[in-house]
Design a protein around this ligand. Structure first.
Ligand code: CP
Length: 307
């Protein structure tokens, strides 16, 4: 059983808990891909989606996950809420909690905001991405996609290329993949490589070819222009030329290697359109896994609360 009220990150989630989420999500994927998505495991429950940053995939898939399990989903539009009048996160959370809701999925520009919220509400809080810290359900859907393709995560070589410094996806992937027995190699401009990433278990490659050499999966990460203070690389076209994923790069990977990207993709910057849309791409499969993983997380958190 998932032994926590909230899912805030994978740093503090055990390998056993991750495996349980993935096993549960396997069953949820069958529901997502079926004609009838009307389970009632969460009948009568309410999820609030509280997104302080934009989202297409994460917010929508949390909403669908709740709906497919029989719960209600209410999107608290931050832009039209009392947050704009200066209401604090703690007060917003306590106000929602007083309405006796069951789950809050939150995305916030500040690292640690979901943890702060979780301390102040009795509802289960799920981190939908906090600043440059973690994006646990994204990493879990990446793991589900990898495990469905390869049958295991143990012994896999995963290359991660892109804006690692600003990427919460990279950090959650690194925490989880290393716990599950995968090897993670990273490559990006030195200005986008966090100083302590090797201490966290990543290998750093000297070139994109070295990073991809023998990889089972290659993950591109979005250049997060909204988090950059400027001057970290000369231009998007130079980033693409010297650090981007080109078609010929994949010949260094293992035969049958797959391509992942959390989305949204800057087409032609991190990856060529032919890689995004090609037969090795699992980018849309990741999106399907995202609904299944979020269904699994909501169900398991609910079971913990009612154990
Ligand atoms: N991968 C991801 O978090 O996408 P969104 O920003 O669209 O939610």
């Amino acid at each position: 059983m998932l032994r926590k009220k909230d899912l805030l990150g994978l740093k503090d989630t055990s390998a056993e808990e991750i495996i349980e989420i993935l096993d549960t999500a396997d069953g949820m994927r069958k529901i997502v891909e079926s004609d009838r998505k009307d389970e009632n495991w969460l009948f009568g429950k309410t999820l609030i989606t509280l997104f302080y940053e934009n989202s297409t995939r994460t917010r929508t898939s949390f909403a669908l996950a709740a709906n497919y399990l029989g719960a209600r989903e209410i999107n608290m539009g931050v832009a039209t809420s009392s947050v704009q009048k200066g209401e604090t996160l703690k007060d917003t959370g306590m106000t929602l909690d007083a309405m006796h809701i069951d789950f809050i999925a939150i995305r916030h520009q500040m690292a640690g905001a979901p943890a702060l919220l979780a301390k102040n509400v009795s509802a289960s809080v799920v981190n939908g991405g906090d600043g440059m810290n973690e994006h646990p359900t994204q990493a879990l859907l990446d793991f589900l996609t990898l495990r469905r393709h390869f049958g295991t995560l143990s012994g896999l070589k995963v290359a991660i290329l892109g804006d690692i410094k600003h990427s919460r996806v990279a950090k959650s992937n690194l925490y989880g993949l290393t716990k599950l027995g995968s090897e993670v190699t990273m490559y990006c401009p030195g200005t986008l490589m966090p100083r302590d990433i090797e201490k966290m278990g990543a290998k750093i490659a000297k070139s994109r070819e070295e990073a991809v050499e023998g990889a089972d999966a290659v993950m591109g990460l979005r250049i997060q222009l909204e988090r950059q203070t400027g001057g970290l690389f000369p231009s998007l076209s130079e980033y693409s030329a010297y650090y981007g994923m080109k078609d010929e790069l994949m010949k260094y990977a293992k035969p049958g290697a797959i391509i992942l990207h959390p989305g949204p993709v800057n087409r032609g910057v991190e990856l060529t359109p032919s890689l995004i849309d090609g037969e090795d791409s699992r980018i849309l499969d990741q999106v399907t896994s995202g609904v299944a993983v979020r269904m699994a997380v909501l169900k398991l958190l609910d079971e913990y609360r009612h154990r």
